[in-house]
Design a protein around this ligand. Sequence first.
Ligand SMILES: C[S@@+](CC[C@H](N)C(=O)[O-])C[C@H]1O[C@@H](n2cnc3c(N)ncnc32)[C@H](O)[C@@H]1O
Length: 247
Amino acid sequence: MEAPSADRENLGLGLKPGDSHYRAYVGPPEDYDLIAAMTFNLLTTLGLRQHHSLIDIGCGSLRIGRLLIPYLNEGKYFGLEPNEWLVDEGIKRELGEALVRIKRPTFFFSDSPETVIRAKLSFDFALAQSIFSHCGLDLIKGWLSAVSSSLAEDGALVATFLPGEDDSHRTGWVYPECVNYRAATLERAASKVNLRFEILNWKHPRQTWALFAASKFDSNWFKNNALTWNAGLEKMLSQKKKEARVP
Ligand SMILES: C[S@@+](CC[C@H](N)C(=O)[O-])C[C@H]1O[C@@H](n2cnc3c(N)ncnc32)[C@H](O)[C@@H]1O
């Protein structure tokens, strides 16, 4: 059954990625809820908990931030976004001012990795959903370097990209068109800034999820096992048991 026309308009249904509606600008509006659910579930399966700090690179209209901000403790969510109107709309139409007052997220209105370096903050998790699919390799390297210098030693960036047989030669920000890279190219860029690159078996409707892990981020538990909530919780409980046994 099709949504009533007021709903279609509010939700931007039928519009194209890049159109000037807060939901359509960041991707196909039909998937706005799905992308949020997929990403929140991935992050919590990988171990994101309320006390962790997270930077959401290119946070857009808070498609994912509207779940992360209420979940994380006060002051733990950081969003970077050059288009301030997207964050304003996300707050007005999805999150609400009350949650902003309660959870005190920080927003950087910038398009530059330098902003993160200058902030001199440390993050447990970083997120780049549908960002590397729009970055020249120069900008990807900039983001990887900034993230690497700000991640905790057991922290990780999760990011999506579009795998291709060749690497794009574009530079800077490319939008709403997309760019492709070979996984080996991203792996090389990651290793140059001491990040471990792994493809994640976590389904996305169009892109591929990758992990860029700092040296002590534990990804062993899903090396030979499926990346599932059950496996993640099992690992966490056995770790707690071990810690409880230590005198
Ligand atoms: C495809 S949207 C994804 C938004 C959000 N991550 C999500 O999944 O809903 C890309 C976002 O990146 C922002 N952006 C633009 N230039 C950027 C840059 N240089 N670095 C990071 N993000 C940028 C855009 O304004 C837009 O909000």
